[in-house]
Design a protein around this ligand. Sequence first.
Ligand code: PHE
Length: 526
Amino acid sequence: QLVLDTLDANGSIPDTRTLVLPGESAPASSHDAQITILGALNSLSSRNVVTYETNETISHGLTPEGLQLAEQGSHEARVWSVLPLKGNGDAVTPVELKKLVGDETAKVGQGRAFKNGWIGKEGAGLVKLAAEINDATQIDLKEIQETGSLKAESALPDLRKRKLIAQKKGQWFVVNKGPDFSTSTAKPETDLTVDMLNSGSWKTSTYKKYNFEADGIPTNGGALHPLLKVREEIRNIFLEMGFAEMPTQSFVESGFWCFDALFVPQQHPARDLQDTFYLSDPSHSLAPEPSYYKRVSTVHEHGGFGSAGYRAPWQPEESSKLLLRTHTTASSAQMLYRLAAKCRGESVEDGAEDYVHGGAATNATNEELNKEDDGFHPAKLFSIDRVFRNETMDATHLAEFHQVEGVVADRNLTLADLIGFMRVFFSKMGIEQVRFKPAYNPYTEPSLEIFAFHPLLDKWVEVGNSGMFRPEMLEPMGFPKDVRVHGWGLSLERPTMIRYGINNIRTLVGHKVSLEGIENSAAVMF
Ligand code: PHE
């Protein structure tokens, strides 16, 4: 309004530093005041109400040290001030001088005070030669502090070299009336409304011009979280390879399904409180089917199916504890148990067949499939769901994450089949270079860790774990001896973080996830 009123009264503003801003008594010469004015000019000129030109100024300001010297006097003046006048007392030794004015002031000040002829030597000490001095440095600094410049310009380079002053760039403006000049700051209309038509105000209103260059308002639509996006990609790879998706909605499992059925010993460290979350209410599960339970407890305690077992007492308490599943292999175990139902001579419950028989045979020949029916049907199953581990949380670990798991059951599968499956699977994920390293899992033998070469990280990173399920797990379920089941597992978070260059898991999962970041991430668009 001030700009508009001044323009209205004077026709132009040759220098915005002469404006007196509302609430101020002096003209707006400061840098901040000119920035405020610039804000107004930008808004007014975008509506063609004014036009303006920018002028640059260079001024000087004091550095923190310059400020201190402007207040307390220059180093040389301070050195001079603590010395006795020649013939009027004991000379001050350099060591005493340092104590009196500090190291820095003594060092810088002595030389200058000598040069100015203010002080001199007397014996081993220093004395004043001049009874009075004129501290030009302090006077110059004060002038710069007050006016932003120095009349005696020749002193500026020295002050700059001593880092007592610094250059400041400033701006001021010349303002003229624009083609649409008016003294009203009312914003122009952007919409023609019914009210404006009824009242007739549309005739006198000013209207904002259309800006055809403006970005549109972002559309309000859903976006896939990168984890869901990668989940969907992996899901499609499995489906493409003929796998059927397992139901994995039970986050709560019993020790029996999470560990015992997999032949994980009851004393295994993974079953500790530090590694597994146990439920307190309800704390125990219903009993599993008694004859299967018996076969599992027996193979643990006494062995069987060609195994010596663990020869440790079986604790039903351990088996019935409820917990948050630590791996989706707990669900795979239940699906495999169902898959073996016909082998056990049971009829399969309605609906279960859809899952367990959804996958086509891997490498079984027709002859093998048609052989005397022992109830076994090959299956390829997968799941991608959440698991929970009582881990120390850091940039790459949370207490919950997603596991991707594939399981293949067929007669006479070999380790080569497992490796072949994984090569195809990972290459479909864009990972061509994989290596396998012997590892240990209580439920698989042999077990393999999978490493992939990561070109961006330029190193081999572990991407998964796999193995052939042990007979101690499969045979109590009722599978015929020639049926082999292999499986592999990986986390969903790891490939997602690598793929999208995320190095802190909290930017991917939890309350710190930026919704805007998700909406704008390439992951949801491509
Ligand atoms: N359950 C294993 C894990 O948590 C993954 C795995 C699945 C290993 C199937 C072998 C077979 O790492």
